[in-house]
Design a protein around this ligand. Sequence first.
Ligand code: KIV
Length: 278
Amino acid sequence: MENKRITIPEIAAHKGRAEPLVCLTAYTTPMARILDPHVDLLLVGDSLGMVLYGMENTLGVDLEMMINHGKAVMRGVEKSCVIVDMPFGSYEESPEHAYRNAMRVMKETGCDGIKLEGGTDMAETIKYLTARNIPVMGHIGLQPQSVLKDGGYKVKGRTNHEISSLLDDARAVEESGAFAVVIEGTVEDVAAEITRSTNIPTIGIGASPDCDGQILVTEDMIGLLEGPSAKFVKEYTNVKDDIAAAVSGYAGEVRSRKFPSTEQTYTRPKAVDVKKAS
Ligand code: KIV
């Protein structure tokens, strides 16, 4: 069957275009089906650990979870490019280890590429993967898998040292062959400068409107999560309130025996008599 999905070269060709790439996270088939017509790229992010499984951070997410959710998203997609995150511990040990795990993700899910966190420290691994036909999306700036090392989720690019490290990271990711790079939680003008100085699309999350694309965690932007969200999140609706109202309506109707009504129950031909049959 012809592949009608947006390809990696098509994503890469978005560099510098006036219209930015529209990207969101997805973890399940029904959500992928809803998002697919509206986006260019869906990321099966390891944020699923927190969003779906109630974990405190992404460090407990494993390869099996990513593969299972990657498969689920692929079942719901017709046109979007699908990228699956490499979880903590699945790629850092060596380029060969990263290759074996990334190859499993690609083969078992049928996705278009993988994403991994890191800049200069991951350059050798990105080079190794891309030389072996695994499309890699980089992820620099705030890297959620470094939350313990960093002592929290810290915005990057506020000191000269951080700015020069970010520019080095972006260059290293690009030179290693990544087709795009996510810039997360980074001071706006630094993210804009990275976007100007690299030849691959930058996808911003808490970065800059000048990035070549934007991404958000879907459950954040539809207001499905509890608690305060990051400064960079914009809630376009509040599904949590809609669900609460629907569930409260259901509970009231069950308790008052209004639900189920004749509309939701089955009938039989009049000639069949329940009493005679029993
Ligand atoms: O895991 C994730 O959802 C991500 C995005 C926030 C970029 O990495």
